[in-house]
Design a protein around this ligand. Structure first.
Ligand code: GAR
Length: 200
């Protein structure tokens, strides 16, 4: 059984997709060891608790500086003893020490086709705002390994999604989630749990 730690910041629909995929066996041989949020009000925490999954908050607000927060985040994650860390809408920069402690053991979902609309400042709705402003006709989502850069790690899976006439950032975000994110993130976890992906 692959033990997965899921890090979240917000609504947790990607976390929900992972939990559902474990329940319906789309993800084989994996279990969620725990969920960590940087945001105490994240609905994702409630989703986890409703499933009986250990869920805790590690917020930068609880610490005097970024270094102490980074240390606590790493320690809380290590306590779960995970084989894999999944960033499922985790909108905090991953500390270098964490990348070092879990090489090719951290994956992230990003709501665009990397290398478009990614890197510093591109997260959540901002990604879809930028895609619409540029007028692209196709967008999508990417699952990638996390390295020391922002959205620069090796790409694991991508799935395209069409932009449609009249799209707002919210409508496009929802379509990218439904048609891409909620499919490729569970798929990547299943591949890792079942030795179908080269780690490194
Ligand atoms: C998702 O769209 C995810 O791809 C994005 O945040 C959203 C979280 O939604 N992540 C990033 O932008 C990372 N750079 P969720 O909390 O409902 O899963």
């Amino acid at each position: 059984m692959l033990k997965v730690a899921v890090l979240v910041s917000g609504g947790g629909t990607n976390l929900q997709a992972i939990m559902d995929a474990i329940d319906n066996k789309t993800i084989r041989n994996a279990e969620i060891a725990g969920v960590i949020s940087n945001n105490a009000g994240a609905y994702a925490l409630e989703r986890a608790r409703a499933k009986g999954i250990e869920a805790r908050c590690v917020s930068p607000k609880q610490y005097d500086n970024r270094e102490l927060f980074n240390k606590a985040l790493l320690e809380e994650t290590q306590k779960l003893n995970p084989d894999l860390i999944v960033l499922a809408g985790f909108l905090v920069a991953i500390p270098p020490a964490m990348v070092e402690a879990f090489p090719y053991r951290i994956i992230n979902i990003h709501p665009s086709l990397i290398p478009s609309f990614c890197g510093k400042g591109f997260y959540g709705l901002k990604v879809h705002e930028a895609a619409l402003a540029r007028g692209v006709k196709v967008t999508g989502a990417t699952v990638h390994f996390v390295d020391e850069g922002t959205d620069t790690g090796k790409i694991i899976l991508q799935k395209p999604v069409m932009v449609e006439e009249g799209d707002t950032p919210e409508i496009l975000q929802r379509r990218v989630m439904e048609q891409a994110e909620w499919i490729i993130l569970p798929k990547a976890i299943d591949m890792i749990a079942n030795g179908e992906l080269k780690l490194g």
